[in-house]
Design a protein around this ligand. Structure first.
Ligand code: ADP
Ligand code: MG
Length: 505
């Protein structure tokens, strides 16, 4: 497709949030009939770039061109009218109405001013058919799996003369068969000349479906490559911006040193497409750091161990007994709790008070019939506010008024009120300022000193080394090795996490 004219082109695109430039003078092109991948570590600017081409964010500098013409979209609807559609990871359709209605939402065919239901179903059936999707247009959208709902969102997009389709992490919660079905549809759209932007942190998928890759780092363009010309190891280096060959060779192969008596021990835990045959041990009184690149399975591993996702294979033992952890409730009964990386969307209720947020989980565990008396709730909240140093120390303050670091402590307080034995913390310091970070890190160390088994997951290798007693290195969904933290430094750990398991491109 080289030589063809780009369908979408960004030139010198800059997007600022206040004084901070999330995108700095980036050039980006998409071609008709090609699948393009946008790669970069967390915070590299991928979502910002997508927002700049889909009418969600304006450009502060630079230009956007669609089929050779300068355009500027005031909102996503304007972009969609011009042929640029987006399918988000979280399906933004209506669960309680039919598939057909969702496909035509806001554009329903009408007869004598009324919605023509028959025409709507027939035309929906045609669109679904054209993608060889066997979905009943009359069925209620919410009765289908997330995968099917995403396919309906794509059907909706193509029913609008789509020329550019943006898929932002569409596969993160799909199983292998569902991914295959999605890829079949993507290939079909490619045949029709649609330009597709596919964002995924799974390298395997990028190499399977994408023709071209644009790499961003710290808001700037690193380069644009054809997938067939770019080795995986080179892609990873470009994302990280450091040359792995520069790192000192490892002095010795370290044997994984197992704790003598793990509290939780997992073997062969598999949950495609995230982790395969992962082995983990964590003992009471230690912090096990989990280090891995974006897409190595960090979050998937923690979800599989805490009942958030049901592992497809593997054995988990707690205190030497085989257990099945098939729901968060079961995990909690076994003393295993999980703090999600998305504390805003999955955890805290910002409109409620510190007190309400802290007692929420304990109350839920007891059930509605055994309400915790108000005075006891207050004692509980105050004791955790004191223990964790939550500021301001006012149980009635709304959580939305707290700093990120204090919000994170409220989240921890809620989990600790459950008297856990194992605490799995996914990115507990993301998005909080440096001072609060150190406080949370120290707190995690204290919790382990008090006998908890802690798993600490972070994208920041320095932090994993600082907090972890041992570090488990995740590569491509597997624990490649587990190493004592004091035998590593940031460079040697980076060399471990970035080491390719698969030398082929
Ligand atoms: P990616 O999608 O690659 O993880 P993003 O485009 O979401 O990265 O973010 C790029 C940078 O811009 C990050 O440092 C992020 O914190 C910052 N950022 C994103 N959105 C906003 C916003 N609304 N206000 C301030 N900063 C933002
Ligand atoms: Mg993003």
């Amino acid at each position: 497709m080289d030589g063809a004219k780009p369908l979408v082109e960004l030139e010198g695109a800059t997007v600022r949030f206040g004084a901070f430039a999330a995108l700095r003078g980036v050039d980006f092109r998409m071609y008709p009939g090609e699948v393009h991948s946008l790669m970069g570590e967390n915070g590299a600017g991928k979502s910002t770039l997508i927002k700049a081409i889909t009418g969600v964010l304006p450009l502060d500098e630079g230009a956007l061109t669609l089929a050779g013409e300068h355009v500027s979209f005031d909102n996503p609807r304007a972009a969609q009218a011009a042929g640029i559609s987006t399918v988000y990871q979280e399906v933004d359709l209506l669960g309680n109405v039919s598939v057909a209605e969702n496909i035509w939402l806001g554009r329903e065919p009408r007869r004598h001013g009324l919605i023509d239901n028959k025409a709507m179903r027939r035309q929906a059936a045609e669109v679904l058919d054209s993608l060889s999707l066997d979905i009943d247009p009359a069925s209620i959208l919410g009765s289908h799996s997330l995968a099917v709902q995403q396919l309906v969102a794509i059907a909706r997009a193509i029913s609008t003369d789509v020329r550019v389709l943006v898929l932002d992490e569409p596969t993160s919660s799909l199983d292998t068969d569902e991914v295959a079905e999605l890829f079949r549809v993507i290939r079909d759209l490619k045949q029709r000349g649609v330009a597709i932007l596919f964002v995924s942190h799974f390298l395997d998928q990028v190499y399977e479906i994408c023709d071209r890759v644009t790499v961003l780092r710290d808001g700037a363009l690193v380069g644009e490559y054809r997938t067939t010309d770019l080795l995986r190891i080179d892609l990873v280096q470009k994302m990280l911006g450091r040359d792995i060959a520069d790192f000192a060779a490892r002095e010795r192969v370290l044997e994984p040193d197992l704790p003598p008596d793990p509290f939780l021990s997992a073997r062969g835990v598999t949950n495609a497409p995230g982790i395969s045959e992962a082995d983990v041990d964590v003992a009471a009184g230690e912090v096990l750091g989990i280090a891995g690149l974006l897409g190595s399975g960090r979050t998937e591993l923690s979800r599989a161990l805490t009942g958030m996702d049901r592992p497809q294979a593997g054995v988990i033992r707690i205190e030497n007994r085989d257990v099945r952890i098939d729901s968060p409730r079961r995990a909690l009964q076994l003393g295993v709790v999980y703090s999600s990386e998305n504390r805003r969307t999955e955890g805290l209720l910002p409109e409620l008070s510190i007190l309400e947020n802290i007692v929420l989980a304990v109350q839920a565990q007891r059930g509605a019939m055994r309400r915790i008396p108000p005075t006891r709730q207050r004692e509980l909240a105050i004791s955790w506010i004191e223990a964790l140093g939550i500021r301001p120390a006012d149980p009635d303050r709304l959580v939305k008024t707290l700093s990120g670091g204090n919000q994170q402590k409220v989240m921890l307080a809620r989990l600790l009120a459950l008297s856990p034995r194992v605490l799995v913390l996914d990115e507990p310091t993301r998005g909080i300022d440096v001072g609060a970070k150190v406080e949370v890190q120290n707190l995690v160390g204290e919790l382990a000193d008090n006998g908890l088994a802690v798993m600490f997951i972070s994208a920041e290798l320095e932090e994993v080394l600082r907090v972890g007693d041992r570090v488990a290195v995740l590569r491509e969904g597997r624990i490649a090795e587990t190493v004592a933290a004091d035998t590593l430094n940031a460079d040697s750990l980076l060399a471990l996490v970035a080491q390719p398991d698969l030398p082929e491109a």
